[in-house]
Design a protein around this ligand. Structure first.
Ligand code: XMP
Ligand code: MG
Length: 179
């Protein structure tokens, strides 16, 4: 294991087993629809999106958006930037957002507001991880993978300064690496 890492929090098989369950729920909840639009948030959600969508049998298209949150101060005011927007219109579409992690919820709240102004038919969220004790009222997660400790995590799409993103598991970063 890389020396930046403290320990593995969720191993690869546990992630894939949970994704099987989430996909099962999504397949059954959306079974009556002709098609849905998956909005995957780059970069963090790319691995989760890939493994999840291999298991989705509802007809769907996948589109990507890149968001970035400003520094700690502006984060309080909820300032998020759209770095790359969707390629396709989502008006009257059933949209499922796929995101890597929910911390304060500001990023997803911002995204939900943007998508609502585009008059989507429905909007739900599928989030791989949520930090313990950070459950809040900003966002309602429809499909949640795991609740994890409130530490900095990397792997399976998640990164620290773009490092460790492609690990097949979710690991805790050593505090001395990020403090
Ligand atoms: P908010 O507070 O807006 O944060 O819900 C969500 C965004 O913050 C980033 N984030 C992390 N990224 N490991 C990461 O790699 C973490 O432990 C972590 N905590 C927050 C992430 O970009 C997410 O979209
Ligand atoms: Mg992210």
């Amino acid at each position: 294991m890389n020396s930046d890492l403290q320990k593995i929090l969720v191993d690869e098989q546990t992630i894939l087993n949970r994704i099987d369950e989430l996909a099962g729920q999504i397949n059954s909840d959306y079974a009556h629809l002709e098609s849905i639009v998956i909005v995957s948030i780059l970069k963090g959600a790319f691995m989760f999106t890939s493994d999840l969508l291999k298991r989705i049998n509802v007809p769907h298209v996948v589109d990507f958006m890149a968001l970035s949150t400003y520094g700690a101060e502006s984060k309080v005011s909820g300032e998020v930037r759209v770095i790359m927007d969707l390629r396709h219109p989502v008006q009257n579409q059933h949209v499922l957002i796929v995101e890597d992690i929910l911390d304060t919820g500001l990023t997803l709240q911002f995204l939900e507001r943007i998508l609502q102004t585009r008059n989507v038919a429905s909007l739900k969220t599928c989030v791989l991880t949520q930090k313990e004790g950070k459950e809040n009222n900003l966002i309602n997660i429809d499909y949640l993978g795991f609740t994890i400790p409130d530490v900095w995590v990397v792997g399976y799409g998640l990164d620290y300064a773009d490092k460790h993103r492609t690990l097949p598991y979710i690991a805790e970063l050593k505090p001395e690496v990020y403090t």
